[in-house]
Structure formats: structure tokens, C-alpha cells
Design a protein around this ligand. Structure first.
Ligand SMILES: [Zn+2]
Ligand SMILES: [Zn+2]
Length: 237
């Protein structure tokens, strides 16, 4: 079975609609045998999430909890015009940034225009390392264009466990991952598998995403979070 060592997409109470603390998530990560936990609260734009000051002050959190390395990230909204919903000088404080479309704060366009906005966000800040849940036909993307943009910008694409875990709330995610993963192989775009946990009970549990990876026969050498050095080299370049 494919073993993953990091979960870089997790939320805590600070995101406003998640239910654990950083320590509870870290403890869960340790119990699941992870080496690395990324804390990635929602950036402004999602109702009830934290203030930008939260991200600046994350340096107060120890670099290691329960034997798990802690990385400081944020899941930042893709906005119209390919802009990110967190200022550059705040992103500078983070170890990595995630960009993703959330219908709460995005006017949905056609697939090509949505993809251009996502690619704009890849180019907007050098710390954008991957795109969250590019799998939802409620906010469709063009996978050919997306994968070429990811390749050109050295950005990875996520396979999100929450998108394919019942009850499914995103649209056609499984089918879209089949298309996306085929194009990731074609263009040699790296992939990262994350849980998008909103509760400690979900941290480090990738079963549904791994099922999709296995059923597609995807080239596992393109998965970043199978190896600590491979992942850290990608994140900290
Ligand atoms: Zn998200
Ligand atoms: Zn999320």
C-alpha cells in the first residue's frame, strides 16, 4: 500500500468551520504515522476565518509537535483576475501557499476563464506550491490548460481526499481526477495527496484519495508526499 508521510492541507478552529486545534491535529498526525503536518487555514474571503495577523503570528507555534514537523501555510482564494485573497507581504511569512477556487468568494466563469484565473494565482506569488481540489464541476477547469500552467510554473496539483469521500459535495470529482491524473502524467506535473481535514479525526487519512490514485494506475513517482526529502525540496526551493 502507498504510504504518505505528510498532510499539507488541514484546517483548525481558526478557519471558522473546522473543529480541532493545531495540537489536536498534530497529535492525530503522529498517530497516523505522519512526519509533516501543514497548517493551512483559509485566507480572508471565507466567512468566519482568521485575520491576516494569524498568519504572521504562526511563528509562535513550535516547529515540531508530538514528533511531527509543523509547516505554516494558508489556503488562499483564487479571485477574479487571477489574484490571491491574501497580500504578498503576509504570504512572505508562510512556508508555502495553496491556491484554490471557493464559490463563496468567486464569480464562476467558464472552464477556460476559471483556469486562467488559477494560473494567474500560480504566477502571483513564488510560494504558491499547489492548487487545492481542482476537481469540482461547480467551478470547472480545463485540465489540458491547467496541467500546462502547472508545469510551466513548477506548481503541483492536489488530489483531495475530502472531494471523493462520501458524502460527496463537490461535483464529478472522481471522474475529473481520472482526467487530471492522465494529463499530469503526460506533462510530468507533480501531485500532492491531502486530506483537507476539518476535524482531527480526518488528519492523515487518505484512503479515498489513494483509491482514486490506485484505480487510475497513476505513476506514483510523481506523488510528492511519499518522501520527506522529495517533498521538502519541492516546498523550500
Ligand atoms: Zn478549499
Ligand atoms: Zn481546505
Amino acid at each position: 500500500m502507498l504510504k504518505l508521510i505528510a498532510d499539507l492541507h488541514t484546517h483548525t478552529l481558526a478557519s471558522g468551520h473546522a473543529y480541532g486545534t493545531i495540537r489536536e491535529n498534530a497529535q492525530a498526525a503522529a498517530e497516523q504515522g505522519l512526519r509533516i503536518l501543514g497548517v493551512s487555514e483559509h485566507a480572508p474571503g471565507i466567512p468566519g476565518t482568521c485575520d491576516p495577523l494569524y498568519f504572521i503570528n504562526l511563528r509562535c507555534v513550535p516547529n515540531e509537535l508530538y514528533g511531527v514537523k509543523i509547516l505554516r501555510g494558508s489556503e488562499i482564494n483564487v479571485l477574479e483576475g487571477g489574484k490571491l485573497s491574501l497580500s504578498d507581504h503576509i504570504i512572505d511569512y508562510l512556508d508555502y501557499a495553496i491556491a484554490g477556487i471557493h464559490p463563496h468568494c468567486y464569480t464562476i466563469l467558464d472552464a477556460v476563464s476559471n483556469t486562467k484565473n488559477v494560473i494567474g494565482c500560480m504566477e502571483a506569488h513564488r510560494k504558491v506550491r499547489f492548487i487545492s481540489h481542482p476537481d469540482d464541476d461547480r467551478t470547472p477547469v480545463d485540465y489540458e490548460l491547467l496541467c500546462k500552467g502547472a508545469r510551466d510554473n513548477g506548481v503541483a496539483l492536489e488530489v483531495n481526499n475530502s472531494s471523493v469521500k462520501p458524502p460527496v459535495f463537490r461535483l464529478n470529482s472522481r471522474e475529473n481526477y481520472h482526467i487530471m491524473l492522465e494529463k499530469c502524467e503526460k506533462y510530468r506535473v507533480p501531485v500532492i495527496v491531502n486530506t483537507d481535514a476539518h476535524d482531527p479525526s480526518a488528519v492523515g487519512r487518505f484512503d479515498h484519495a489513494l483509491e482514486v490514485i490506485l484505480e487510475t494506475g497513476f505513476d506514483q513517482s510523481l506523488i510528492l508526499n511519499t518522501d520527506e526529502k522529495k517533498l521538502m525540496d519541492f516546498l523550500m526551493r
